[in-house]
Design a binder for this molecule. Structure first.
Ligand code: NAD
Length: 370
């Protein structure tokens, strides 16, 4: 068990604070019922930070993020901030956190809750029991490679350039995360690239193969072209366990996988940095949805993505597997009992708001822990 249980909560804007308030209830419950006490700090980020300090994240908050075991991030942004210059925009806070904490591995689980199979765009039998983990490289590749830019050519045409670039160490560190995750799951990794048309894809495949042979030969490894992976995700998603891929393909494939499971309000994510000499990894956990200004303040946001993000923090930053299982089981049971926030409402089910959903989870946790 990790000795350092320090958490920084950055609720942010819109529905961010609404989801995080429900996470707080679970943290308090764990303190009382499981004797697991977290050292929790909370601060401003995004538009909320801009309103008070004139910047989307202060240096003091950044220092706090770097010193704590992990960050729980709500969501940022909103129409009032849309006209700000780029460096003052709420989303800049997210980019700075990712960059300064060097969070290179983005973990996006796509789990289909039994109670919600009907909400998927695929047939129930294809998604029932689905449990995939997509590991996306987050700090390299074509989004960051140079040269980049738009230039005007002598003949007056314009030319846009981005560069896909990866080094051995960038590939190894993200692939290692995938192999280690697979060992705790169903022991299979699918690595995706485009080695048929890209040199960076050839390197990716060779280096993943090399690392596998050196350190992870106990894990089943398969290679797949990323475009085939996109097709296989809708054809037969349950063939996958852990998928690892670069920044660009990961961006697409993780959004595609998200839709297999139904709602944006259900999906968590984790972003991990490299382990230091003591094995400590910086990490940030956040729902994949944004600040949802259209429903903010109405008490109807689905808090499950935030709660599932906290469960990921329990699992990956604090090594509290049983507690993570408990929170996930609690959520499953509340859904199975027929409670739904409006975004996942189905005929014959009971509609509840954000706070009620959190309270139902606490009641369920009481039952499970009794
Ligand atoms: P969004 O994810 O905020 O909302 C998209 C749609 O999904 C909306 O209709 C919203 O009501 C619904 N939705 C999202 N989360 C929900 C939940 N938990 N429960 C119920 N319904 C939910 O995306 P958007 O509307 O494109 O962006 C809104 C703002 O959020 C923008 O300012 C954008 O820049 C920002 N944003 C922030 C993040 C982040 O902080 N990580 C991510 C995406 C967008």
């Amino acid at each position: 068990m990790a000795a350092n249980k320090s958490l920084l909560i950055l609720p942010g804007d819109g529905i961010g604070p609404e989801g995080m308030a429900e996470v707080r209830k679970v943290i308090n419950w764990m303190d009382k019922r499981r004797a697991v006490t977290f050292d929790v700090a909370e601060d401003l980020v995004g538009g909320a930070s801009y309103d008070k300090h004139g910047v989307p994240i202060t240096d003091k908050v950044m220092e706090s993020a770097l010193s704590r075991a992990c960050v729980l991030f709500g969501a940022v942004g909103g129409p009032t901030y849309d006209k700000l210059p780029f460096d003052k925009r709420p989303e800049r806070a997210l980019l700075r956190l990712r960059k300064d904490m060097d969070l290179f591995a983005n973990l996006r689980p796509a789990v289909c809750f039994e109670a919600l199979v009907e909400a998927s765009s695929l047939k129930p039998e294809l998604v029932a029991g689905l449990d995939i983990m997509i590991v996306r490289e987050l700090t390299g590749g074509v989004y960051f490679g140079t040269p980049r830019g738009i230039e005007t050519l002598p003949d007056g045409q314009r030319r846009g350039v981005n560069t896909q670039v990866y080094t051995t160490s960038e590939i190894h560190r993200v692939a290692a995360v995938a192999f280690e995750l697979a060992r705790k799951r169903r022991n299979k990794v699918t690595s995706l690239e485009k080695n048929n048309v890209m040199e960076s894809g050839i390197l990716w495949k060779e280096e993943v193969t090399k690392l596998h042979a050196e350190k992870y030969s106990d894990v089943q490894l398969e290679h797949m072209l990323a475009d085939n992976g996109a097709m296989q995700l809708v054809r037969n998603p349950k063939q996958f366990d852990v998928m690892v891929t670069d920044n660009l393909f990961g961006d697409m494939l993780s959004d595609e996988a998200a839709m297999l499971t139904g709602s944006l309000g259900m999906l968590p994510s984790a972003s991990l940095g490299a382990p230091d000499a003591t094995g400590r990894r910086l990490a940030m956990y956040e729902p994949i949805h944004g600040s949802a200004p259209d429903i903010a303040g109405k008490g109807v946001a689905n808090p499950i993505a935030s709660l599932m993000s906290f469960a990921m923090a329990l699992r990956y930053s604090f090594d509290l597997q049983d507690d993570a299982d408990l929170v996930e089981k609690g959520i499953k049971n509340v859904l199975a009992a027929g409670y739904r926030t409006p975004d996942i409402m189905q005929p014959g089910k009971t509609k509840v708001g954000t706070v009620q959903m959190g309270e139902l989870l606490i009641k369920e946790l009481d039952k499970l822990a009794a």
